[in-house]
Design a binder for this molecule. Structure first.
Ligand code: ZN
Length: 164
């Protein structure tokens, strides 16, 4: 496994819509590299475009700090919003280090994806896991947290980011 450099916003590759994965086998090594890169960062989620690969794949581990690791590989993921209230969390992003952005998102979603073996899953996610999956799926559509807030907050946070 190999640690991959993480692209920093505003790298234009972070603004691209990623292509579906045709063959799960073709991204197995990439997925393992991404998990290793995510844990090393450390982070809780990482999407393929963040390491410069424009394919629909993200990894995440939303287990608690004291829980055993629970790595997830999500290939060609899609999200269905379950009827649930919007919640906000200060979201960090490995591609926008040092900046936290509060984004309103549904607190519960259904995540459909294929794992590293091509097995299809339908998973109900709540709370942090639901928000994390939505953040990562946004990356596959070329969207970062800064694209989901109003212009004033966006300008203020970009100024903060550039001043670091
Ligand atoms: Zn991110």
């Amino acid at each position: 496994m190999t640690l991959r450099p993480i692209l920093r916003w505003p790298d234009p590759r972070l603004a691209q819509v990623c292509a579906p994965v045709d063959d799960v086998k073709s991204v197995r090594t990439l997925a393992q590299d991404m998990l290793e890169t995510m844990y090393a960062a450390p982070g809780r989620g990482l999407a393929a475009p963040q390491v410069g690969e424009l394919v629909r794949l993200f990894v995440m581990d939303t287990s608690g700090a004291d829980a055993p690791p629970a790595p997830m590989i999500c290939i060609n993921p899609s999200i269905t919003n379950v009827d649930s209230p919007l919640v906000e969390m200060d979201e960090g992003c490995l591609s926008i280090p040092g900046i936290r952005v509060s984004v309103p998102r549904p607190s519960r979603v259904a995540l459909h994806f294929a794992d590293g073996f091509g097995t299809q899953h339908d998973m109900q996610l709540d709370g942090f896991a639901a928000l994390c999956a939505q953040h990562e799926l946004d990356h596959l559509n070329g969207i970062v947290t800064l694209d989901r807030i109003n212009q004033n907050d966006r300008s203020r946070l970009i100024a903060e980011y550039e001043a670091q």
